[in-house]
Design a protein around this ligand. Structure first.
Ligand code: SF4
Length: 239
């Protein structure tokens, strides 16, 4: 695992985003990845939560642009199986993983809140442990590749392939059109591994305190922040 290079988020040219979205709306994920890497090079980063859903994008990155830094946000609350799976995929795909963490350590977070921060204020906990570390990792970057799909949440259903952000970073979504079924077809065709907790019913995996297994017929993300009304950590909300 390595450190992030210094970024310069000015690509040196103007991008016509509506034109780009029209051009790439129906293009394959590898075409979108290749264009992003050729256009932004070292000023591009990707991010991944290293769950089963992440595997096709990580595998494609290893084929198309293996030097692309893949940011993993280590919240300190992950399942040990997720960290082991990250390490397994790093070895298998030889990825350029960059791990980032909160500036406030966990014991200080518990001290400030008087209890577990994910209980007292999950939105603040996600901000401290996910959103702010990602903002730091993106400082000066020009493009951020993310594996979100339209079929995952109502918020994601409305996303474009290329999404400019207020901070000047162009968010890139190569997997936007993929379905759950396509993810599994890809994994099986390439004989790739699944996250070890999937077999125990964890269809979508985030931090351990905020993830439960789902039962048959439940939405894959029903086990994330169950019973709180929260559906997103904030990383992929428009900004
Ligand atoms: S998912 Fe839960 S534990 Fe993880 S950062 Fe968000 S609130 Fe905290």
């Amino acid at each position: 695992m390595s450190a992030l290079p210094a970024h310069n988020n000015d690509p040196g040219f103007d991008l016509n985003i509506p034109q780009l979205n029209a051009r790439f709306e129906h293009r394959a994920a590898e075409d979108i990845l290749r264009w992003t890497w050729q256009t932004f090079g070292a000023a591009a980063v990707a991010s991944s939560s290293f769950q089963t859903q992440s595997i096709p994008l990580l595998h494609l990155i290893s084929k198309v642009c293996p030097a692309l830094p893949v940011i993993f946000i280590d919240t300190g609350f992950h399942f040990p199986e997720t960290l082991a799976f990250r390490d397994e995929l790093q070895r298998r795909f030889d990825l350029n993983i960059v791990t980032v963490r909160a500036q406030v350590d966990q014991s200080e977070q518990f001290r400030r809140h008087g209890e577990a921060p994910y209980r007292s204020d999950p939105d603040l906990c996600c901000y401290i442990n996910k959103v702010e570390p990602m903002q730091r990792a993106l400082a000066g970057a020009a493009a951020w590749v993310s594996g979100v799909r339209r079929d995952q949440t109502a918020n994601r259903a409305g996303l474009p392939v290329f999404q400019p952000r207020d901070d000047g970073v162009l968010k890139v979504h190569p997997m936007l059109h993929w379905t759950e079924q396509q993810v599994w077809t890809y994994i099986n065709r390439h004989d790739l591994p699944a996250h070890p907790l999937l077999a125990q019913g964890y269809a979508s995996i985030g931090c351990a305190p905020c993830t439960r297994p789902v039962t048959d017929g439940e939405d894959a993300r029903a086990g994330r922040w169950a019973g709180t009304g929260k559906t997103e950590c904030g990383l992929h909300l428009e900004r």
